[in-house]
Design a protein around this ligand. Structure first.
Ligand code: ZN
Length: 390
């Protein structure tokens, strides 16, 4: 099946003027001027009428098999459904476990990732969870990285949080070393994805680890860095030291200056909105709130829709450069996590594409060449999404 997308304004994420995109099966076959479908091929042409075509979004932090559990069995969050992701413009997702790796397992996570892949999108996972030693499928993180294609690192390892396993420095060093060597043998990014809580220690253990070992700073991707003012300040230091910065969308209860649009604006003003800044949704996580004594006072569930919602707000409210902001949910994520054929509109890459309306709202979504969402409504549903009988 060939599909020719004509007359779009392409942000690949860099702007490409006056260009068509030709999809053949699941790949972008060509990006160029005056492309056509050869007469012998079955295909369709679509006039994009000058609307904006961007790469499919990559969400690097989603609890695909359900997070939560901080308030007992009834607070376990169900598995995410395919259309929740595709309607949010997300065509690649990295799944992970959080607080609960007792009633959840890396095996369950892997199979859920395979299910979503079978339903049409692209998935990766982190081995491990909040806990240390990290739960794995094969017995060690190294083996998971080497033998399981979808495993790109360990996460989310919780630090400076009352729900953390409170790892000692030596334990963290061994974990990072394990991931580093496993990544080399398995040819992966080998990320140690750190869940940062609001504890005063912040990244203290990671700074110590970097001082005491030869492990490079680029191995670590700390997330939820917009959780507090002091963590945000430390995140900027980490970024300036050559590290990565991942911030979490949808934090509507946070002070405005810590929410994604304002943080992107502040980073841009300081010239820091470069290639190592990424945004993720924490979708299907539980968003619990605790009082100062550590008692749970509220629990909710995160939506993947906040990813593009916050990016769109950053574009509309602060008029930030489109390409720079778009990169935080496309090319930057692909580069940091080494997802080779993702995050860019270019020949040879997977045909993961999103068409935006003029007001930057999501209109069409294609994943690996398949038209998943048309005019904001799913065309493809997950296996059981529409089969639940009343
Ligand atoms: Zn987290």
């Amino acid at each position: 099946m060939w599909r020719l997308l004509k007359n779009g304004r392409i942000f690949a994420p860099e702007p490409i003027e006056d260009t068509d995109v030709l999809i053949v099966e699941d790949k972008i076959a060509a990006v160029g001027k005056s492309l056509f479908i050869p007469p012998f091929a079955a295909g369709e042409e679509l006039d994009l009428e000058g609307q904006i075509l961007i790469p499919g979004l990559i969400d690097g932090h989603v609890h695909i098999c359900g997070g939560g559990g901080e308030n007992g069995p009834a607070s376990r969050i169900p598995e995410i459904q395919l259309s929740q992701l595709t309607e949010a413009g997300i065509t690649t997702v990295v799944g992970l476990l959080g607080t609960d790796s007792v009633t959840r397992s890396v095996g369950e996570l892997l199979v859920k990732a395979r299910a979503l892949e079978g339903e049409g999108i692209t998935t990766y996972i982190y081995s491990g969870s909040y806990r240390i030693p990290a739960p794995t499928l094969m017995g060690t993180l190294q083996e998971d990285l080497v033998f399981i294609d979808k495993v790109i690192g360990a996460g989310e390892i919780a630090l400076s949080d009352h729900r953390s396993a409170q790892p000692q420095l030596a334990e963290l060093e061994r974990l990072a070393a394990e991931v580093r060597v496993g990544a080399m043998i398995g040819k992966k990014a080998g990320i140690v994805h750190l869940h940062m809580g609001d504890g005063e220690r912040g990244l203290k253990l990671i700074w110590e680890l970097l001082n005491q070992t030869e492990i490079p700073i680029t191995q670590f991707v700390p997330t939820h860095m917009n959780r507090t003012h002091s963590l945000m300040a430390e995140g900027i230091k980490f970024l300036q030291a050559g590290g990565h910065l991942d911030i979490t969308a949808g934090c509507d209860d946070f002070p405005a200056e810590l929410q994604v649009p304002a943080v992107l604006h502040a980073l841009e003003e300081r010239g820091l909105l470069g290639d190592r800044v990424t945004v993720s949704s924490d979708a299907n996580g539980s968003l619990p709130q605790f009082d100062p004594q550590g008692n749970l006072i509220r629990i909710g569930v995160g939506s993947p829709a906040v990813l593009w919602r916050d990016i769109r707000t950053a574009l509309l409210k602060y008029k930030l450069p489109f390409e720079q902001v778009l990169k935080t949910v496309t090319a930057n994520v692909a580069d940091v996590l080494r997802l080779g054929s993702k995050g860019r509109i270019k020949a040879g890459n997977d045909a993961d594409l999103v068409l935006l309306d003029r007001d930057y709202s999501l209109r069409h979504v294609w994943a690996k060449g398949q038209w998943m969402v048309q005019d904001g409504t799913p065309r493809v549903w997950g296996t059981y999404e529409r089969k639940i009988q009343g």
